[in-house]
Design a protein around this ligand. Structure first.
Ligand SMILES: N[C@@H](CCC(=O)N[C@@H](CS)C(=O)NCC(=O)O)C(=O)O
Length: 216
């Protein structure tokens, strides 16, 4: 069954591409700009919110990076998306992360990165301060959990680690204080050492993101 993964270099599409690369997925990678006027009609039919990643399999469109990771793991016959006794634990970390740590990283990255790349206006100091405060609050809990462990789950690397790390690949622009959290820092270095995470776009013709303006 032919599958197309529509992606860009932005955080959630990057996450889906990294998952596909890690699993060695049999998918066709297709770079997309769904908000470009020439492409929006096509992508609106695949996802009403125009967001990517999108996995298109035999005319069926699946959107949301987490759902795509689940599907790619199924297709690969992998336990990267746990389907055993650890599945509840994995889902706990995905769910907690999306509501707390990942969300805080997203807020900071959006102010310092996305808004500046795409000219969405200056950094809002109050929003940035709240994002950083949330990063510290939830980072403390994540750091404590990672004491004495390499990954979030007892048995090792899972999709929960990729989701939790999804915005940390953009820390050159987000500037989150990783060194305040030695366990998170060490955990992220383990993930960043994976070629699939470090170079997800290797061999693909993928335009660079617009640069971050220094006027933010
Ligand atoms: N909750 C969605 C968020 C998807 C999303 O916000 N995608 C953004 C990038 S992070 C997007 O489509 N941006 C347009 C683009 O990258 O061209 C997911 O996890 O897949």
């Amino acid at each position: 069954m032919t599958a197309i993964l529509f992606y860009s270099r932005n955080p959630n599409p990057r996450l889906a591409v990294a998952v596909a690369r890690y699993l060695g997925s049999d998918v066709v990678f297709e770079f997309a700009s769904p908000f470009h006027p020439a492409q929006s009609a096509k992508f609106r039919a695949l996802n009403p919110s125009l967001r990517i990643p999108i996995l298109l399999e035999d005319g069926h469109s699946l959107w949301e990076a987490d759902a795509i990771a689940c599907r790619l793991s199924m297709r690969a016959g992998s336990n990267f998306w746990r389907i055993d006794d650890e599945m509840p634990e994995m889902i706990r970390w995905i769910s907690w992360g999306k509501a707390t740590f990942v969300h805080a990283c997203d807020v900071v990255h959006f102010e310092r990165g996305t808004k500046q790349r795409y000219g969405f206006g200056p950094i809002d100091p109050a929003v940035l301060a709240q994002g950083l405060a949330d990063f510290h609050e939830h980072g403390r809990q994540l750091d404590a959990h990672l004491v004495g462990r390499d990954y979030l789950l007892d048995s090792g690397l899972s999709y929960a680690d990729f989701r939790m790390a999804s915005y940390l690949a953009f820390n050159d622009v987000a500037g989150l204080p990783m060194s305040d959290y030695p366990q998170i820092d060490a955990w992220y270095r383990r993930i960043a050492a994976l070629p699939a995470w470090d170079h997800p776009f290797a061999g693909l013709d993928t335009p660079q993101l617009p640069p971050v303006s220094d006027k933010g």
